[in-house]
Design a protein around this ligand. Structure first.
Ligand code: GDP
Length: 195
């Protein structure tokens, strides 16, 4: 998809602020600094629709972006930032669970993992949390430009194994730097839209 229109709808700090609409929602989750804002900006051909993190882990909001009047992109707050207090972490969990639990509009969930890093406990927990509510997670291995091409398959296999991905899931490599994986990801997002 060649996106020419993307707009921020709301930054929601609690469930009552989640917008009502009739578009399919595409959800983005991942550890702070994984490249989530960069990926969203790449998909929608914008430099700074989603903000790249100045204060990682500090934004406890779910951001909704309307894309090409066809999709609602839902940007979940990042996790795994060490300096977040217990209270903030609990707030984060409640907000995300409140979203995942009964969001009828939810169509696809994209979980981002840095291709260079081992799958962490937080990533695994997030994957299981998402899978509990929604089967068929799209896992995107980010920052692919940061490793040698010859290492890509090995790293993808490690992610697959680390998360315990199933046949229902998809896994693709991506780089916001080179835009590699952009078209493939759009194809997956657009697939089975009417199912
Ligand atoms: P977020 O916290 O998950 O939203 O991550 P950001 O999108 O803010 O990215 C975190 C850092 O990684 C920034 O310095 C980005 O420039 C960098 N980054 C993100 N994606 C890529 C990528 O594909 N390649 C490279 N080389 N750097 C990236």
């Amino acid at each position: 998809m060649n996106v020419t229109k993307a707009e921020m709808i709301i930054t929601a700090g609690n469930k009552s602020q989640f917008p009502e609409h009739d578009l399919p929602e595409i959800v983005f989750a991942g550890k702070s600094n994984v490249g989530k804002s960069s990926l969203i900006n790449t998909l929608v051909n914008r430099k700074a629709l989603a903000r790249t993190s100045s204060q990682p882990g500090k934004t406890q909001t779910i951001n909704f972006y309307k894309v090409q009047d066809q999709f609602m992109f839902v940007d979940l707050p990042g996790y795994g930032y060490a300096k977040v207090s217990k209270t903030e972490r609990e707030k984060w969990g409640k907000l995300i669970d409140g979203y995942l639990q009964d969001r009828q509009e939810l169509q696809k969930v994209i979980l981002l993992i840095d291709i260079r890093h081992e799958v962490g406990a937080n990533d695994k927990m997030m994957y299981e949390w998402i899978s509990h509510y929604h089967k068929g997670v799209i896992v995107v291995a980010t920052k692919m430009d940061k490793i040698k091409r010859s290492q890509v398959q090995k790293h993808l296999s490690m992610i697959k194994k680390g998360l315990g991905l199933t046949q229902a899931d998809s896994l693709i490599g991506f780089s916001a730097e080179t835009k590699q994986g952009k078209e493939e990801l759009w194809e997956i997002i657009e697939k089975n839209q009417l199912e």
